[in-house]
Ligand binder design. Sequence first.
Ligand code: B16
Ligand code: MG
Length: 215
Amino acid sequence: MTHIKGCIFDLDGVIVDTAKYHYLAWKRLASELGFNFTEKQNEKLKGVSRMRSLDILLEVGNKNFDDDTKLKLADKKNKWYVEYISKMDTSEILPGVKDFLMLLKKSNIKISLGSASKNSMLILENLKLKDCFDSIIDGNKVSKAKPDPEVFLLGAKELNLSPEECVVFEDAEAGVQAAKAANMKVIGIGSSSILHEADKVIKGFENQTLELIQF
Ligand code: B16
Ligand code: MG
């Protein structure tokens, strides 16, 4: 039996549903560039870095730009996205998440964030969850995007734990692969048909107990 001493949480899609705000901002950019962007196409951007997301969007619209223009476009999208997430509050924390974090704290299990988002800090502050975390690893601290394990390995390191002592909570396929590459247990949040590589898959944190992190 593996004794889990640390939990590493992805942010978007696990703690909060920011995908809808990313979608609104990318859709606005697409519309400015003269093409439509559907919610289904937005699925491909989940868990993916900002610049890779832009590349996927531009592929959809069949558009090509030089690197400098691409940086400006990503920046524009981010400004709109930040406008949306600035209005977030604690009511947007996904059901059961706060209670589960409290349960981990009470049980002396260490907690880290492992997110690709460079806006993680602003989101955690608005959700009033920053103090729950012993370590926060976000898109500003890593150079390699998921499925590279860097974000989760850094999390374990900051918690002073070995990867084998940690479990990752992820909603995206690339994130599940990153956790596996880090040699960690992984619990998928969402559908088991998409997250089939995860050790367990749950719909959400409502009514979960410590049994969840027993393997
Ligand atoms: P930003 P996660 C990811 O967060 C999102 O799922 C993904 O859609 C987004 O492109 C990425 O963060 C970068 O976000 O533009 O705010 O830096 O799921 O790893 O918490
Ligand atoms: Mg995610």
